[in-house]
Design a protein around this ligand. Structure first.
Ligand code: PNS
Length: 160
């Protein structure tokens, strides 16, 4: 049976921290679906299509990675593509409570789908889409933290 994983997120926008988790997932699983979802507690800067496009460009070097969007429950999406595993990145203890809540809710909704965590690399442990947006908004240099296409997109968004 093909081992399929789903890497979900709001990816608003994708950072090198996300790319690292996707690259490592692609070495563990035969197929990886990166799915751009809506997080109801966040108000995204980029539209779903823009976020998907940036994820596509940032992962085009990975042959077994597909990019998708979905409007609904993550476990429903996972079932739809026959994924047995959800992969999330874990940066620091501050992520733990939030991740535990999502994981336990997902398990409550569908106990056949397992969630695993990949520890972020130390150099990305402070990195988040929110902090990148904050820095970019005030003209901070974020080119070492995000793929080039994201750097360009942030500049366009904030300085149009
Ligand atoms: O990158 P994020 O914002 O931390 O990702 C959170 C995300 C999008 C994975 C989560 O909000 C999600 O799964 N949203 C879809 C709806 C859902 O299934 N929620 C979890 C169970 S209620």
């Amino acid at each position: 049976m093909t081992k399929i994983a789903v890497v979900p997120g709001s990816f608003d926008p994708i950072t090198y921290g996300h790319v690292d988790i996707i690259e490592r997932s692609s070495r563990i699983f035969e197929e990886v679906y990166v799915v751009v979802l809506d997080n109801s507690s966040k108000n995204p800067l980029f539209s779903t299509d823009e976020r998907k496009e940036l994820v596509l460009k940032s992962t085009s070097h990975l042959a077994n990675v597909k990019v998708d969007t979905f409007n609904g429950l993550l476990v429903e999406y996972a079932k739809r593509i026959n994924a047995s595993t959800i992969v999330r990145g874990l940066r620091a203890v501050t992520d733990f409570e939030y991740e535990m809540q999502i994981t336990l809710m997902n398990r409550f909704l569908d106990e056949t789908i397992e969630t695993i965590f990949l520890m972020s690399q130390r150099k990305y442990s402070f990195l988040s889409s929110s902090i990148v947006k904050e820095a970019a908004k005030y003209n901070g240099k974020v080119s070492e933290l995000v793929p080039e296409c994201v750097d360009i997109a942030l500049n366009e968004k904030f300085r149009k």
